[in-house]
Design a protein. Structure first.
Length: 476
């Protein structure tokens, strides 16, 4: 194709906005919209197959719903919902607005989205999806699953991420550009035969998925076994709706004299969890300092200094450095807010389930990157604390239970913790040799999940090849 492409003035007719965009015209010069390079000329555009179906969700009073944003915190690379944001009529982001049913296919409008095209076969009446998705129903002349897999093919993904997107930074493509794509007009019976061929691979993928464990569950399981804790009993205590509390117990670990039910329930839960652990320590003994980050005005334009976000603190106890926002602003002590290798961060604001998630910077830092005000940087006395151990502990049931009960905020979709809650956290702290043993056990289990992910990805590639081969064949 070459690095330079000469186009004629008439080539601008390929786009109603007369786009002067090299990557777009490279595509059109080589393929037009026949991106699969199908030799059979019996072509049909996706606009004749996929019908836009973006229906606005109707929130009802006094009801809770499951909000699904586009990010990887809620959807994985295999198209599964892994978590949701609890939302209500009065408390929901404006972007959570689409109603979807099992006849729909969703696809992210963002360039570089890790989540593939989506379709679900369960009741979605209580789910509300982000307006960052395009939502379609499929023509009756086409098999919905065939179209789902078509939208997941490497060819479609390559076009979305490299040719038809618009903008800089977090960019997106327009729905009408996707719908211009042409494919061979395949008979429905042939589509059905292709899907029958794919079904055994689907079963293999589902089997592999049943072998996978959630990252936070892996971390928690290792701690449960290490400290011999019965988690069923912990859950039973956590679900308690009423208990008796003696007045003298109201001041235990309670220098602010908090009177909330959940705060005192935490004391009962921790008393059970810690009753046989001989190495419980108050974290304040080992914290050297804490420091909130800086959140200047930013944009998605890749200009200036990158800033990390809430989504970059990963459940596996690490920090992702793939920033999505940037700032051109500066300040006198800006270098104090640059991240460094081995920095330990905690998210001070998030949902009840994920507040105070922790991560460690394990990658080498090549360029200056800022950490935001949503982060608290903690410096520990490393004579006693391995930071990776502490990140795992924060993300385990020890941290999830503690921070769920001490976080503050009326809106349960966004609660916060401060340094006070960090200093008051009582944690099991064995010697560093045992900490390292626990780290190794967790890493071994997480690495096994990566191998399963690789196998699933290979199976999905098999499906993608079957779909692409069927699109390129000459069969009528």
């Amino acid at each position: 194709m070459g690095l330079v492409q000469t186009i004629k003035f008439s080539d601008f007719n390929n786009d109603e906005l007369f786009r002067m965009d090299a990557k777009f015209h490279f595509l059109n010069k080589r393929f037009g919209w026949n991106i699969f390079d199908t030799k059979n000329r019996n072509l049909i555009s996706l606009k004749d197959i996929l019908v836009p179906n973006c229906k606005i969700f109707k929130y009802e009073n006094d009801e809770e719903y499951k909000g699904i944003p586009t990010g990887r915190d809620h959807l994985n690379e295999f198209g599964d919902i892994i978590s949701y944001q609890v939302v209500t009529k009065d408390e929901h982001p404006n972007r959570l607005k689409y109603k979807v049913n099992s006849n729909c296919i969703l696809i992210s409008s963002l360039k570089g989205a890790k989540t593939p095209a989506l379709s679900f076969d369960f009741d979605l009446s209580n789910y509300v999806f982000s307006n960052g998705f395009y939502v379609f129903e499929v023509s009756k002349q086409w098999n919905k699953k065939f179209m789902l897999y078509l939208l997941r093919t490497k060819t479609i993904k390559h076009i979305l991420d490299n040719h038809i997107y618009r903008g800089i930074g977090i960019s997106s493509y327009k729905e009408n550009d996707l719908l211009k794509v042409q494919i061979q007009n395949i008979n429905l019976q042939i589509q059905n035969k292709v899907i029958e061929k794919i079904k055994p691979i689907e079963k293999e993928i589902e089997t592999l998925k049943t072998e996978k464990e959630d990252t936070l569950e892996i971390i928690s399981d290792v701690f449960l076994k290490e400290f011999n804790i019965n988690f069923e009993e912990v859950e039973k205590l956590d679900n308690t709706k009423q208990f008796n509390l003696k007045l003298k117990h109201t001041i235990l670990k309670n220098d602010l004299l908090r009177a909330s039910f959940k705060w005192h329930k935490l004391e009962i839960i921790q008393s059970y969890m810690y009753k046989d652990i001989k190495c419980i320590e108050k974290l304040s003994k080992f914290i050297i300092s804490t420091k909130n980050g800086w959140s200047p005005q930013s944009s998605e334009v890749e200009e200036g200094t990158p800033i990390l976000g809430q989504e970059h603190i990963l459940k596996n106890g690490q920090i992702s450095l793939s920033a999505s926002k940037f700032t051109i602003l500066t300040r006198n002590n800006i270098e104090n807010f640059y991240i460094k290798k081995n920095d330990f961060f905690v998210s001070r604001g998030n949902t009840v389930e994920l507040v105070a998630l922790a991560g460690l910077v394990t990658d080498d830092i090549e360029d200056d990157i800022l950490y935001p005000d949503l982060y608290i940087k903690i410096d520990f006395d490393e004579k006693y604390i391995d930071k990776q151990y502490m990140a795992y502990l924060f993300n385990s049931f020890f941290g999830r239970i503690y921070f769920k009960h001490v976080a503050k905020g009326k809106n349960q979709t966004m609660v916060k913790v401060s340094s006070k809650e960090l200093y008051d956290f009582h944690v099991p702290l064995p010697n560093k040799t045992i900490q390292q043993e626990i780290i190794n056990k967790i890493k071994t289990q997480i690495d096994l999940q990566k191998d399963i992910d690789k196998q699933i990805k290979n199976k999905q590639d098999e499906i993608s090849k079957i779909i692409e081969d069927s699109i390129k064949c000459d069969a009528e």
